[in-house]
Design a binder for this molecule. Structure first.
Ligand SMILES: Cc1cc2nc3c(=O)[nH]c(=O)nc-3n(C[C@H](O)[C@H](O)[C@H](O)COP(=O)(O)O)c2cc1C
Length: 385
């Protein structure tokens, strides 16, 4: 082959779709922070599902605020310390975790990758991270438990039909889930404009796979198998204290309220025997409060006074965000969209890499700012801009 022919052949090869699929930009090693997974996932996920993943509500301002609010808190770096050995563990409900980072419940994960929750569970197992399984899981809790190696924490949406809620609680209970997460921020559906712009179940293209009704949606999700869903008018409904008392009487699982953002509710949770709180605004997908969860955290921590664990999610994108939340009193910190970007882009290895990146960022920052123990970081390590 002549030199010119060889060069032309190589050029042709480099421009071929085969090479594009394996282009260096698409390799997992080239993902240096969690944001690098986003465009790669977007390429692989159907545009309607991508809109469902990325959406906030109204003008997506709370979604943005969640991350921006972290950037208004600065870290104070201490010197003259030997930080060659640090401790990143966290203790939650008497269990020692390798890291304070946990996996938030995200529904319908097969919309993002064919292996969905099973890939997430295997990654969480490989990295020793606590996983919370969504009520809207695409795979039944008993199969996710096998992939995870133990039962995950289970998240519950209480529909307006009590018999349906009972059915779900019983299944989580018999799967052996130790903790039930009550999502309390989703009493009514929210105004997901970005999602609706991307397409809704009323669109013909969506209807080729989905039935646009509560019963239809429940039917797509295996946790509702065997339940009579004909009377349920909504996937989610109001959670009153009376309902929580009834759930408490039904199960020995620990109860954690997810979506608490005020001192009043936090104090009431403690008074009524709730075992833990997740300060969350559902990743900016419920009310357009314009308030980042990191801004809500201090008042919740103050009201709880260390009596139960206070966890936080929404807008966490960096190891520094994890440390900021811990410094403000969080016991553990959750991620939603970032691991789904990893899942969508690369499946299980993508979720593992997202977890690793955040962990590496956190470790490096701890060493540089002089924090020897992540669980001991406090207000002295931060300052507001
Ligand atoms: C696509 C998607 C689906 C979600 N599904 C659920 C769910 O089924 N149950 C729930 O309690 N929270 C759900 N959430 C909220 C997450 O548990 C978590 O609160 C949020 O994603 C954290 O914010 P982040 O995405 O900015 O990290 C979902 C979030 C997303 C993005």
């Amino acid at each position: 082959m002549s030199e010119t022919a060889r060069r032309m052949f190589l050029r042709h090869l480099l421009m071929s779709p085969l090479m594009a699929a394996q282009s260096p930009e698409a390799s997992i090693e080239r993902c240096l922070d969690v944001f690098d997974f986003m465009p790669l996932a977007q390429k692989k996920i159907m545009k309607w599902h991508w809109a469902y993943l990325q959406t906030g509500v109204d003008g997506d301002l709370t979604l943005k605020r969640n991350s921006e609010a972290f950037q208004e808190i600065q870290l104070r770096a201490r010197r003259f310390l030997d930080t060659s050995r640090i401790d990143t563990t966290a203790e939650v409900f008497g269990e020692r975790w390798a890291s304070p980072l946990f996996i938030c419940p995200v529904g319908s994960q097969q919309a993002f990758h064919p292996e969905g929750e099973l890939a997430t569970a295997r990654a969480a197992k490989a990295r020793g991270r606590q996983m919370i399984l969504s009520n809207m899981t695409s795979t039944h809790v008993r199969d996710v438990s096998k992939a995870y190696g133990r039962p995950p924490w289970y998240q519950l949406y209480v529909s307006d039909d009590w018999s349906v809620a009972t059915h779900i609680v019983k299944q989580a209970d018999s799967a052996g889930c130790p903790v039930l997460i009550l999502t309390v921020d989703s009493a009514v559906g929210s105004n997901r404009v970005t999602m609706r712009r991307g397409g809704t179940k009323a669109d013909a293209v969506c209807q080729s796979c989905h039935v646009n009704s509560t019963a239809g949606y429940m039917k797509e999700h295996p946790m509702y198998d065997g339940a009579d869903t004909s009377k349920a008018r909504g996937l989610t409904g109001f959670i009153t204290w009376e309902m929580i008392d009834r759930i408490r009487a039904m199960t020995k699982m620990r109860l954690v309220a997810k979506g608490v953002v005020t001192r009043e509710d936090a104090a009431e949770c403690v008074a009524r025997g709730i075992d833990g709180i997740i300060v969350s605004n559902h990743g900016g997908r419920q009310e357009e409060s314009l308030r980042g969860t990191i801004e809500s955290l201090p008042e919740v921590v103050e009201a709880v006074k260390g009596r139960i664990p206070v966890m936080l999610d929404s807008g966490v994108r960096r190891g520094t965000d994890i440390l900021t939340a811990l410094a403000l009193g969080a016991t553990a910190v959750g991620i939603g969209r970032p691991y789904i970007w990893g899942l969508g882009a690369f499946g299980q290895p993508g979720v593992e890499r997202v977890i690793d990146i955040l962990h590496e960022e956190m470790i490096l920052t701890m060493k540089m700012i002089g924090v020897l123990q992540s669980s001991a970081i406090g207000a002295a390590s931060i300052v507001r801009k």
